[in-house]
Structure formats: C-alpha cells, structure tokens
Design a protein. Structure first.
Length: 318
C-alpha cells in the first residue's frame, strides 16, 4: 500500500509510530518479517527507452532464473513431490495501459498435472505494443533466456520435435541446498555437488494471432496469412485444401533475408522473427480464435438457412 502511494520507508516509520501511539498496535508487520520475505526473491531489472517520441518504462526478469528458482523452491518445500516433466508456457497480451508477459510452469507426472504456478516475467507501460517497441525493451532479454533453456532434439525422419531440453536438480555438498539448472553439462556449482534428477521440458508460446505474427516477423498480417504454414487465408479456408509448407524459424529467416526495398513482404513475412529460440511448432493454436471462427460459421449457416426458409414461405404465400 505504502509502495503504491510512493511513501518512502522513512515516512512509513513515522506513520507506524503515530499509529501505534494512538491505537496501541501497528497496521503493518515488523520490517524484519518483511525482509525475510525478500530472501531468494528475484528482483526485476528496470529500463527506459524512447519510442515514437515518448518515454516508455519497462521491467523484466530472466526467465531461466525464475523457473530454476521456483522449481528448486517447490522441491525443497515438498521433497516427496514426484514429477517427470516440465511444461513452460510463455504468454503476452496488452491491456489496461501495459503489455504483460506472464509464464505458467506446469509440473507433470506422466500426463497428469501435479502442480501449476503462474509468475510475471516482464511488463511495458505503453498504450499500444508493436514489434519495434518489443525489440527495444523486453524481447531481446526473453529470447536470450530462452536460448539458455531450449536445446531441441527432433526425429531425423519426420523432423518433429521430441524434446526442448532438460532441467537438472543438484544438491550442494557444502550446505545441502537443492538448486536447479537448465545446463546438464555446466550446471553444477561445484564438482562435489550430487545429482538429484534430470527431467525433460517443453516450452510453448501462448497468445492471440496478432501476438504470434508480431513474434514471427509477420506484423499486421495475421488476418491474411496462416502463421503455421505458407498458405493464404483464401487457400486454407477451402474445405479439403492441400496442406501448406510448414513455417520454421530457419525458413522465416531465409524469407526475411531475401526481402528487398522493392519487395518488402513475402507471404506475410516483413522481417526476421524477433523470438528466435522457439520453433513455430511450439506456438499453441489460440482457442479464442478457433471458437470465434466456429461461431461465425454457425451464424453464417443459420442466416443462410433462415433465408432459405423465408424464400420458401414467401413462394407459398404468393
């Protein structure tokens, strides 16, 4: 409350002092108790940039550090917690005057969800987000963290992704502390530390179509081109259409590199993907757009049916 009101600590102490003298008790916990809550907390990294002549404030946290901290903390608090895989879902959306990027961490045992935790990763105070603004602020830091987390392995025949990497847990030989690391080779803090487990991860992106196209270098083309393949809307809307070639980060980079001043767009691509370390295959199909599309088709068919019935009725009246 005091922080939101921009009341400094010295002024808070004066308020607490007068409150205790008048009511005999404090309205806030002791400062020592508050400081204990800060142990192990990852502080945000703040920044300011100039975008379109306006000063924009933002903050972010290193995504890999957040996940390592949360998973190790859960293991320490619940030693009997059994899990064999980890799903990480990174999202992004604009609303109420800012762009926010949360992450959802899901621990699984087989296909069963054991634990789910949501955490804020980054935020930009802005009226509207764009590719340029994201590149100036939080996206380079998020992409850098994803590069430290993700190590793809794929099927040599189908090229389908099999794993996005692993998360290792170690136990310190010095004090018995359990810590996590995305690096199985260099993750040990000391050679004497013991190995606890090494479980596979999957990293997904969640959001709306506009957000996906912005990340993939297809800004303002979400209504015309499929973000998953090279088909245009008119092609993939047809029933039984031929499957289009899948988009991959490597293919999108090639298409962006071939752009010229005379040809500024190629099948929706206007620049290189601004998120380089997550494959297109890991972008979750947005359920909102699927439901809206299904609803629009139902309404369109209903209108056609009503027109058909009315035509027959009017013919009978005549």
């Amino acid at each position: 409350m005091c922080e939101s009101a921009s009341i400094p600590i010295s002024s808070q102490r004066v308020l607490v002092k007068y409150y205790i003298n008048h009511y005999g008790t404090s309205f806030a916990p002791p400062e020592s108790a508050i400081r204990k809550l800060l142990v192990g907390v990852i502080p945000p990294i703040t920044g300011v940039c100039i975008h379109e002549g306006t000063q924009v404030h933002y903050w972010y946290k290193h995504l890999d550090e957040i996940i390592e901290h949360i998973v190790a903390k859960e293991y320490i608090q619940t030693p009997k917690l059994e899990w064999d895989s980890l799903d990480i879902v990174l999202g992004g959306d604009h609303g109420q005057g800012s762009f926010r990027a949360p992450v959802k961490i899901i621990l699984r045992l087989g296909k069963k969800k054991i634990l789910s935790i949501e955490y804020g990763v980054a935020e930009i105070e802005c009226k509207k987000d764009s590719s340029e603004l994201l590149k100036k602020t939080i996206l380079p830091h998020l992409d850098e963290a994803l590069g430290r987390m993700v190590q793809y392995t794929s099927d040599p025949t189908t090229q389908k992704l099999l794993s996005d990497g692993t998360l290792c847990l170690y136990k310190s030989a010095a004090d018995g502390t359990v810590y996590a690391s995305f690096s199985a080779l260099t993750g040990k803090r000391s050679p004497a530390d013991s190995f606890v487990c090494n479980n596979p991860i999957r990293v997904f992106i969640s959001g709306d179509l506009a957000f996906y196209c912005t990340l993939l270098g297809m800004e303002n083309h979400s209504s015309a081109w499929c973000y998953m393949c090279l088909l245009k809307k008119k092609a993939w809307e047809r029933l039984g259409h031929v499957k289009g070639e899948h988009r991959t980060i490597a293919l999108l980079n090639e298409m962006a590199a071939a752009l010229t001043p005379a040809n500024k767009s190629d099948r929706g691509v206007v620049e290189k993907p601004i998120l380089q370390n997550i494959e297109v295959e890991r972008y979750i199909v947005p359920p909102l757009h699927v439901m809206l599309g299904c609803t629009n088709h139902i309404l369109k068919d209903l209108e056609s049916y009503i027109d058909y019935i009315l035509e027959d009725f009017l013919d009978d009246v005549k």
